[in-house]
Design a protein around this ligand. Structure first.
Ligand SMILES: [Zn+2]
Length: 189
């Protein structure tokens, strides 16, 4: 099993294309969304949910949470969580801090907002500044059981690379799954 994650969406072009590619290859993923994007494009959240994917929280506006006082960290997460709940009726207890920046204050704030998992990553193709070929090569060279791949919804390179990555993942006998499918105690199951 391997895990694909999509950060910084939802986004009106890239999210539907990612959803279509995942569906075509019978794959699941986890989104770590921004609240401000969810406010702009609330209809995309039910589409992600209906595809069998998880929707975790990144933050409201992608500020590095370590720079904020605890109350504002909680507000960033709660505000985004409410948008997800309003759009899907669901809550996924998964959190990924913007820029991977966290400390005890951030983890305590996340726990107090109900997030049980701080989900980092093990494979980073830096897709926001790479060609499709570079993304494909980096992901496939670093694929291991349990790998968590970080991708972003800001780049057409990612959109072009994704179908090829999914095809090769399946060919190698891996399956891409949501975190909820892996973590059996999740509410989402
Ligand atoms: Zn991000």
């Amino acid at each position: 099993m391997v895990f694909l994650s999509f950060d910084d969406g939802p986004e009106p072009v890239f999210t539907p294309l990612a959803l279509a590619a995942l569906k075509r290859y019978n794959s699941q993923a986890v989104w770590f969304i921004l609240g401000k994007q969810a406010e702009l494009y609330p209809d995309l959240l039910p589409q992600i949910y209906q595809g069998g994917h998880d929707i975790g929280v990144h933050s409201y506006d992608h500020i590095s949470l370590t720079t904020l006082p605890q109350l504002q960290i909680v507000q960033q997460l709660e505000r985004t969580k409410m948008l997800i709940q309003k759009a899907t009726g669901q809550f996924w207890p998964y959190f990924r801090p913007p820029n991977g920046a966290y400390n005890n204050k951030v983890l305590q704030a996340a726990a107090s907002a109900g997030f049980q998992w701080n989900v980092m990553w093990s494979v980073d193709p830096r897709d926001y500044r790479s060609t499709p070929e570079q993304i494909i090569d980096h992901v496939l060279m670093n694929l291991r059981p349990g790998a968590i791949v970080i991708l972003h919804e800001v780049s057409s390179s990612t959109t072009q690379a994704l179908p090829i990555i999914l095809q090769e993942i399946n060919k190698r006998g891996y399956r891409t799954r949501s975190l909820s499918q892996y973590l059996t105690f999740s509410d989402h199951d």
